[in-house]
Design a binder for this molecule. Structure first.
Ligand code: SAM
Length: 218
């Protein structure tokens, strides 16, 4: 994701009612931040410009969504879609947090979430940065602390090295691999209902096969 300084981004986020500020305050009570508190919560970490999570929120009114993005300059783009696009305008089942995913266990309590989406996460190719990858064992340990017992992580990428690393990490973390494919768009089962992200559109357009795994904590 190319980052530009977007003038006014921080002020836009601060004023936006769907951007949750002081997020640690809601640890253990996230369900109550939604109109339908009985519904499960799914999050996307590193949501970028937000097409994926906005589409899911529109398609699944019975699920509550939280989009997490580290940079205000990126999150503001998703909010602009939400605010200006007729199809997203009336969504009541989505919230956003501008934060670094390494803080997740300080923001969510054990069992508070049912699903985590990771889409085209930064690869951090240098070995010494492996712990920063959102599919590293260290991150799976964080996800253990916030997901429900049978909660799942769904991960998509076009980066084969990162995908193979992630498969190893699922195993090392003691999670169960429920499904995997190295060619999502030609997989008759996993491609069903697939919602494309901005990066997925870009890289599949360049002819890159898309890889996907689904892992469950136990
Ligand atoms: N998911 C989008 C897609 O598929 O189009 C964007 C992919 S982009 C390569 C990765 C995004 O993850 C960037 O917007 C980046 O700022 C965000 N990100 C990376 N590490 C993060 C972290 N530790 N916490 C929160 N967001 C993060």
């Amino acid at each position: 994701m190319r980052l530009r300084n977007v003038p006014g981004a921080d002020a836009y986020l601060t004023a936006h009612p769907l951007v949750i500020k002081n997020e640690t305050r809601y640890r253990g009570s996230w369900k109550e931040t939604f109109e339908h508190s009985e519904n499960p919560i799914h999050i996307e970490i590193g949501m970028g410009k937000g097409k994926f999570i906005l589409t899911l929120a529109k398609e699944n009114p019975n699920i509550n969504y939280i989009g997490i993005e580290r940079y205000s300059s990126v999150l503001v783009r998703a909010l602009e879609h939400l605010d200006n696009d007729e199809e997203y305008k009336d969504l009541t089942n989505i919230r956003f947090i501008c934060m670094d995913a390494k803080e997740l266990p300080n923001v969510f309590a054990v069992g508070e979430l049912d699903k985590i989406y990771l889409n085209f996460s930064d690869p951090w190719p240098k070995a010494r940065h492996a712990k920063r990858r959102l599919t590293s064992r260290e991150y799976f340990e964080r996800y253990d602390k916030i997901l429900a017992f049978d909660g799942v992580v769904e991960f998509k990428t076009d980066n084969k090295e990162l995908f193979e690393f992630s498969l190893e990490q699922v195993d090392l973390a003691g999670w169960i691999l429920l499904a995997k494919t190295f060619d999502l768009h030609n997989d008759p089962t996993l491609s069903r209902g697939n919602v494309m992200t901005e990066y997925e559109e870009k890289f599949s357009g360049l002819g890159h096969p898309i890889h996907k795994l689904i892992a469950m904590r136990q």
